[in-house]
Design a protein around this ligand. Structure first.
Ligand SMILES: [Cu+2]
Length: 171
């Protein structure tokens, strides 16, 4: 019963996202391919809380993405957040390569990374994840509704391994 209900909720949500993408001019059209949108890759994608409301107050956190000296990194790579707090992440790619910022539990991000190895053309434009081109910016508004330790990673193959991971501690 609850499974049926969940899949209905999910279908409605995916439909709403599609409508949003169509309604927003200049928004990159659905970056996902069908493979990537299918569960389980994103079925549990919101392990770190829920999409925020851009109209509500938020703490702004700048996150720089870059590479150099044989490493790839986020600055900062550690954040502490109060449970219930809304954060507007401003993602700035100062590197020479594309990077991603994907916010989830470690478990979900590792699963997602495996999935990306098989589908290397996969890019992200999700409530909890964006791909940012070199010298470009993007934003995510996120509400941290759950206590725990979460991660933001670049899941382009090889990048997390090269150091592109950050920790969020929600108390
Ligand atoms: Cu990267």
């Amino acid at each position: 019963m609850s499974q049926i209900k969940n899949s209905v909720v999910r279908a409605v949500f995916v439909g709403a996202l599609a409508t949003m993408a169509l309604a927003a001019p200049g928004y990159p059209a659905l970056a996902h391919d069908a493979v990537h949108s299918a569960p389980p890759a994103h079925g549990a994608g919101f392990s770190a809380g829920e999409p925020g409301d851009p109209k509500k107050p938020a703490r702004t956190v700048l996150v720089t993405m870059k590479e150099g000296d044989g490493k790839m990194l986020f600055i900062p790579d550690r954040l502490e957040i109060k449970r219930g707090e809304q954060v507007r992440f401003v993602l700035i790619n100062t590197g020479l390569l594309e990077h991603e910022f994907i916010l989830a539990s470690t478990e979900d991000n590792l699963k997602h990374a495996e999935n990306m190895k098989e589908h290397s053309h996969m890019t992200h434009d999700d409530p909890n994840g964006k791909r940012v081109a070199p010298s470009k910016k993007s934003e995510i508004v996120w509400r941290f509704t759950k206590a725990g330790t979460f991660e933001y990673d670049c899941l382009i193959p090889g990048h997390r391994e090269a150091g592109m991971t950050g920790t969020v501690i929600v108390k």
